[in-house]
Write a protein of this length. Sequence first.
Lengths: 810, 160, 290
Amino acid sequence: MSAPAVKDHPIHRRWIGQSMKRVEDPRLLTGRGKYIDDIVVPNMAHAAVLRSPHAHARIKKIDASKARALPGVLLVLTGAEAVEQTGPLPCFANPPVAQYCIAVDRVRHVGETVAAVVAESRYIAEDAVDRIEVEYEPLPVVVNPGDASTSKGDAVLHPDRGANNIAHQRTLTFGSYDEDMRSADVIVRRKVRWPRSGAQPMETVGAIASYDEGTRKFTIYANTSMYNYVGWLMAVSLKIPAHKLNIVPTIAGGSFGSKIFTHKVLVLAATLARACGRPVKYVEDRLDNMTSCDNHGSDRIYELELGLKRDGTMLAFGMKVIDDYGAYLQFGVGHHGNAAAQLTGPYRIKSARIELTAVFTNKCQQGAYRGFGSEVNNFALERIVDAAADELGISPVEIRRKNFIQPEQFPYKIPTGNVYDSGNYGAVLDKALEMADYDGWRSRQADARKQGRYIGIGLASCQERSVFSSTEFWFWNHEPGFALTSSPESVNIKIDPTGKAFVTLYSPFWGNSPETMATQIVAEQLTIDPSDIEITYADTDQGLMGTGPGGSRYTVMIAGAIAGAATDIKRKLFKIAGHFLEASEQDLELRDGRVSVRGTDRGMTIPEIALQAYYFRLSLPDDCNSGLDARFTYDHPYTTQPNADRTDLGVFYPIMGHMCHIPIVEIDIETGQLTYLKYVAVHDCGTVVNPMTLAGHVRGGTVQGIGSTMYEHFYYDEQGQLVTANFADYLIPTLKEAPPNIEVGHVVTPSPFTEYGIKGGGEGGRMGVPPALASAVEDALRPFGVKIDTLPITPMKIRDMIRAAQQRKG
Amino acid sequence: MEQVQLTLTVNGTRYSRPVEPRCLLSDFIRHDLGLTGTHVGCEHGVCGMCTVLIDGQTARTCLTFAVQVDGAEITTVEALGTPAKLHPLQQAFWEKHGLQCGYCTPAMLLTAVELLNNNPNPTRNEICEAMSANLCRCTGYQTIVDAVESAAAAMKGEAR
Amino acid sequence: MKPAPFQYVRASSIDDALAGLAGHGDDAKVLAGGQSLIALMNLRLVRPAVLVDINRLSDLAYIRQENGTLAIGALTRQSAVESSDVIARLCPLMAEAIRFVGHRPIRNRGTVGGNLAHADPTSELPAVAVALGATFVTRSQKGQRTIAADDFFVAPLSTTLASNELLTEVRIPVWPAGQGWAFMEVSPRAGDYALVGVAATLRAADGVCQSGRLVYSGVGPRPIRVAKAEQALVGCSSGEATFREVAEIAAGQVEPSSDFHATADYRRDLVRALTRRALMVALDRCQKGA
């Protein structure tokens, strides 16, 4: 596929661009949302699971007799028993990594499911869990990712996959990397550590599974998201034909990537329901979710190098990266595919190299978390750009401006092969500098320093890639395995006989605004009033292809799908109206819900046409059948195959947003505490459908980014115990840890390839904060010569650095 | 399992039910009474999702046994307004985009109800102090503070 | 995350409560506000066989002045302390400290007695009680006794309260005129348990410190009073230079331990910073009061 034709974007829009109040909200505001734990199925029983206290151990023996004897207990299921019915969980790595909804003979991280109980209540189920006696044989625990390559014997987590704990190792080089490095005047080197944090939405993952003996079919309610994309893979795990599994989506109380698949919970609930003959609800409690979800975030150690000319011109960017994937490799190393989408950021860097070593350790597995690995690359790249600015004596603003890809250079192909559709990075930077009063703060900072106050001004200019293509999941594999290239989104629009629009979505609500987006876009397309539009979500029985939200794709994709379906509906509206009005279709126009003959007052409203379309077949044109509906599956607008040797990964994430974050902070050097004096976030997400909800994503993502940067850490000790496995120790920012005012600005550079020129903006906030805030802290502490190369930057670590610097000085 | 007879008023309706002493008030409200607007986030008292009003005061229902509130008057989000007729706080949260996934919203609303009952003219700092009791993972909080500020102004207008 | 079963006793009088506790030893626990206890029970880290609910003992919820003493009933909710004019007047240090206890919904349920009896060494009220020389009135079936705050706290979650004994009242000398105060703490997030907290009082006149108290949370197994630092105040000029020296002494005297959230070094840093700052505020209040 070559570059798609450049789209014309109409300038006059009635609904797109409005800060319309959200369609989703009235029911959420009144406590009538119906999240997974709110669903009740008749005769439903409740599950709880026994979690491994060991990071790595063989399961020698399980005695569940005391648990089974407890009144109210319906079923105790061990891994050995479950595996007779249910096979391994879906895995996107190639070769796959065997993982089961209940560990079969070995546990590989603290919190892994060892047995499950079904009982009349969750209380009784937990009582029974307490009574299960397990004999473990502890095995050597691997915690340090650096040890993975030398692990041997019992320390190897997956012996079938190799003799050590390296899960995946490969080097990809893009362009004339060695030559460019040789021609560099300066090579800046830096080590950077990104520790694991996670999405931790306020609602955990849950499923309610029923098995109907009569139809031999499962019905599973779940707060999952990719059910219309790869939900059928769970039927494979359950060893049933795919048409014997119907997944019914519920709304989700937040996801941020963490509910993309939810395969463990879903397959476990179904396995238990089948085994005990009752519908089973399993909703993770917080401990379940923290220790055994499928979505801890990236956990990386980088050695970075950036080659530059003395004048600051960037030439080549390279890295050795070790990624601690934990005990299983669910999505392969797709996170590094994702990072390659914007590896070289907004800069004209000619060549790049990634030496990737992904390792297994005795920790919870990685999954998706807002950024999917690209946020980490942003941090790494921006940290080394700051380091280069320091070394070369260039200001952080100028080194960026000097290297930005220029507006006239788009579409721009970066060394990895991905193409950036459009952008105006200088404009974003200028706007941010102006909103932040950057120069003014530089002089205030100097004055404050004379008074012994430590103000820091941070800056990061980062990419926010949007609209992923599925090739990112597998192109790192040595053997691609299932090398899928489709990642579409579908919609069905029905205009009923009264002229109301029924819009069916094939992906769920997970805290984003799919109903509002669809309503605004349908209203725009069909000139129907939003109050006449109804949005519903399809289950898998009714499902068309829907990849779901993720990778900041949903609004772009649903806009494409709606435009496609609306085109068909309009065609039929025009055909019928033209027939009744005895006018040529070329002379008709659709305005304010009415098809009329241009320049006349003759016309028919959509309800008038719809009534004819439904009930008066004999009055319709001969080639018109009854009804007024259309469905459309919109494929990714611009994706190409990677080449065989992976020197070019193809186009896979071309809808490129951009942001500039400028935090201005003050550090109390005695306590290490940080306060925000100002926070500016300017984003370019192309055409904005709803400025209010986009600003919501930016602000919310920013505070999540602050969590990852300053507070949150899934910390495993040397025994592989998760020290921060509760909300008192895993520190999600409260209102008081958030900046009081995140000032949001927008620059609009429409995408030439998407409907209306929309780009995604769901992840951006979190993708910009870490480097911006790290640079602010480093800037504040410049008198101490402190370098920020690891997160989270807690007050304790700030004090440690200051204390060390003061001791160095003597 | 031993059960205790519990009588209490929830949103103006009197209920009398046998409960196990260990039943958390959050579970009683959600599962025994079917009022699922009160959510559960952490069950160890940090996140605040399960907040309701007990005799007009906010409380974490995951840190309260149902048996403790015998005779009490409980207010949950279901008592505030309906989609057709929103409470001014709900209206303000809607207008200011004070919610995204909506999971923390009932707790946030009830926390704001208590605040405005005690202090109809809160400063922005006082709003921040009160609303910091609950986590929100979506909004970044700013629009929640905006919403409470705006509702306070609207409710004053109403009272006049 | 649900608690294990327990036998529930709803006490309708103090005697009732004491009868409920009797004979069960450590297997019985008092349920007051439950804001710490129930979290631990939900995690099944604590599994009392018997829970004696004292929430009906409304005659244990009071704040009153009695002959130069402030008496606070053990069942007084923390939010009642927060909004009490009597506390603001007679015990401003407690009024300042109470706002650091969790968040409002926690304080609406949590009680003064429950917080003290729980004896979390990072908690605010134990440090305040020690700083102000509070005495605790307790009851058992054997009768009543009083325990000095300094003798009450033993170790994390451990006090000299017997398992069959109920804390009924906290007695604090009413605030002496002209005494300054400050409570400060640093916690990982707003409302979290403190990494370090300091309860400080100060009397100064004519530019000279006469006496002061410095009690810390988060730096030991119980509230830690640093007598050496207090002594260093006496007779010195009241001002930043002295407070800086005193803070240094305090930081040198405490022996905090390290955990995931704070190393001993960091806790000492906080002791140093908070001591000086608290004394500065206390001095200011002392001067304004005088």
